[in-house]
Structure formats: structure tokens, C-alpha cells
Design a protein around this ligand. Structure first.
Ligand SMILES: Nc1ncnc2c1ncn2[C@@H]1O[C@H](COP(=O)(O)OP(=O)(O)OP(=O)(O)O)[C@@H](O)[C@H]1O
Length: 287
């Protein structure tokens, strides 16, 4: 659905933000784009949806350059930016006036999502709190039923019950023909929701891997404090003792600890990244 090749981007020629990115996103998946503050997540998403233009390389949606912003591309794409700008209308009016741009917009589902997120359908959006406004736009985004749904930090401003509700609604809205991309710097918000992890760090995608593949390749669990385990790739102290990442043994599968993995990939130690690259190279077909 989305194909990125050799993408280079910077807001100025002198300061590169994204370097030589390569990425393929397919339908039927929920991607979590993780990165520290300022890593360039929003910038990448804007390139993806045609709101920023690559300096070099390509970004295509269904074979068409996103930057062309063709009507056929736009009606099958919804991008929810981090900072929503609420117009002075109600949610119901928003759906009536803007839903028409999306051929598969489902008004019934929109109202169901609003109820589940506990936001009023008839109040002016400008009279709602930021979190409530955000929820209206999340409901709208899900109701568009577009093939590509890109959500930039959607959980910012949501309270804890709403974050849980968000995960439930997004999981329910995924179909085989839908590709959902969600960015966050709050890694825990996407726990148990995403099936593929993308980590953007120092201008590059340093990880693009399914949760299932990660669970096969890596073992997440405690190591007794004070013992030196030679096979530990990364470890950090936690309230439950020392938590570590080790190579998977192919027999025991553990839940992928996204936060630990993210810290391992964006910290000074390169051991986890090097280990995963090594596995990739081993499985690369001989040409
Ligand atoms: N319009 C712009 N003009 C110039 N620089 C920009 C612009 N937008 C973003 N930047 C810079 O690009 C870098 C990446 O910003 P971006 O918003 O993509 O990061 P992010 O990963 O989404 O961060 P956050 O998690 O804080 O939202 C930052 O250093 C930011 O200052």
C-alpha cells in the first residue's frame, strides 16, 4: 500500500531529517511508529501522506507518488495530525459536511464511536476540551473507512480509560483492506495494539519488524541482579528487578516489552540492533 524508497528529507538543505529511508506498509496491519521527541515521526508521516515532499527518493501510495495528491489517493487516505484544529461545528455537522469526501464514510459507526468514547455529538467542538476534540477526530478517522489511516500521536491528551478505549476501537476497525499507521513517543500507549513496530532513530528506520517475529527472535525477562549473563543484549533496572533482552532460544516465547526494546534501540548500546541485523543478513537470500 505504501512504498518508500531512498527517501531523503530536510526542512532545509543543510539539516537532514530523514536519510535514505526504505519502507513497505501493507494492508491488514497496524504499524506503530516509535521515536523520541523530535525524531522526525510527524515529518515521515507528512511525507507519507503527501504534505511534505521528499528531497530525493520516492514515497508512493498504491503506486502513485503521495506528493501528487490525486483525488483517488486522497479519498482513500485519512491523516489525523497531532494538533487538531476544531471548527466551530458539532460532531454531527462535521460528519455531514466532511464525511462526503470519503466514499465509505460510515455515519452510524461514527456515532457509535462517539458514544463509546463518551463525547457529545451535538456540542460545538470549540466548546469541548482538547481531549474531547481529539476523540471526535479519532471517531471521524475510524469512520472514514479509508484504506490508509495515519494517526499522528492520537493518544496525546487522552486520559487512561480513553487510551484503553482507543486501542479497542482501532483494533476493531482494522480489516484486511486497511493499513493503519500510528505514531507515538509514549511507547506503552500502543502495547497490545500494533502488530508491526517501526522505530525511527537518528534519521533512519532502525527497526521494521512484526511483533511475532520479535517474539521469536528475542527473549524478554528478568535477570537476577548482580549476575553477569554473557548472552544479555540489553538490560535495565525496573521495579521488578533487572529486565533484560536476550537472543530467543526458539522454544520459549515471551511478550515483547516494547518499552525495553525501544530503549535498547535508541540508547548508546547497539547490541540489540546489531543482533537483529545479523539475523536478517543470515536469512537474506543469496543472489
Ligand atoms: N515546519 C518545520 N520547519 C522546520 N523544522 C521543522 C518543522 N517541523 C518540524 N521541524 C523539526 O524537525 C524535527 C522533527 O520534528 P517532528 O515533528 O517530525 O518530530 P516528532 O518525532 O514527530 O516529534 P514529537 O514526538 O515531539 O512530536 C524537529 O527537530 C523539529 O524541530
Amino acid at each position: 500500500m505504501v512504498r518508500i524508497r531512498n527517501l531523503h528529507f530536510g526542512y532545509s538543505r543543510r539539516v537532514p531529517q530523514l536519510e535514505d529511508l526504505r519502507l513497505d506498509l501493507v494492508r491488514g496491519r497496524i504499524y506503530g511508529l516509535l521515536g523520541k521527541n523530535g525524531a522526525g515521526k510527524s515529518t515521515l508521516l507528512k511525507n507519507m501522506v503527501g504534505l511534505a515532499f521528499p528531497q530525493a527518493g520516492t514515497c508512493e501510495i498504491e503506486g502513485q507518488a503521495a506528493s501528487r495528491r490525486l483525488p483517488a489517493t486522497l479519498e482513500d487516505l485519512f491523516f489525523l495530525p497531532e494538533d487538531v484544529q476544531a471548527p466551530p461545528v458539532s460532531a454531527t455537522q462535521l460528519a455531514a459536511s466532511t464525511g462526503v469526501f470519503y466514499p465509505r464514510f460510515d455515519t452510524g459507526a461514527f456515532h457509535t464511536y462517539l458514544r463509546e468514547l463518551d463525547v457529545p455529538a451535538h456540542a460545538r467542538l470549540t466548546a469541548l476540551s482538547f481531549g474531547q476534540q481529539k476523540k471526535v477526530f479519532i471517531a471521524f478517522a475510524l469512520a472514514t473507512n479509508t484504506g490508509l489511516l495515519v494517526l499522528d500521536e492520537p493518544t496525546n491528551g487522552l486520559d487512561i480509560p480513553s487510551k484503553m478505549q482507543f486501542r479497542k476501537l482501532v483494533a476493531g476497525a482494522l480489516g484486511e483492506d486497511r493499513c493503519i499507521v500510528i505514531s507515538t513517543h509514549q511507547v506503552r500507549d500502543l502495547d497490545s495494539l500494533i502488530d508491526t513496530v517501526l522505530v525511527l532513530h537518528e534519521r533512519r528506520i532502525v527497526l521494521s519488524e512484526t511483533i511475532d517475529a520479535l517474539a521469536e527472535k528475542l527473549y524478554f525477562g528478568p535477570v537476577p541482579a548482580g549476575t553477569a549473563s554473557p548472552d544479555v543484549l540489553y538490560a535495565e533496572p525496573s521495579v521488578r528487578g533487572q529486565q533484560a533482552i536476550r537472543p530467543g532460544d526458539g522454544e520459549r516465547y515471551t511478550k515483547v516489552d516494547l518499552e525495553l526494546l525501544f530503549n535498547a534501540l535508541t540508547g548508546p548500546s547497539q547490541a540489540v540492533a546489531t543482533y537483529l541485523t545479523h539475523l536478517h543478513l543470515q536469512h537474506e537470500p543469496v543472489r
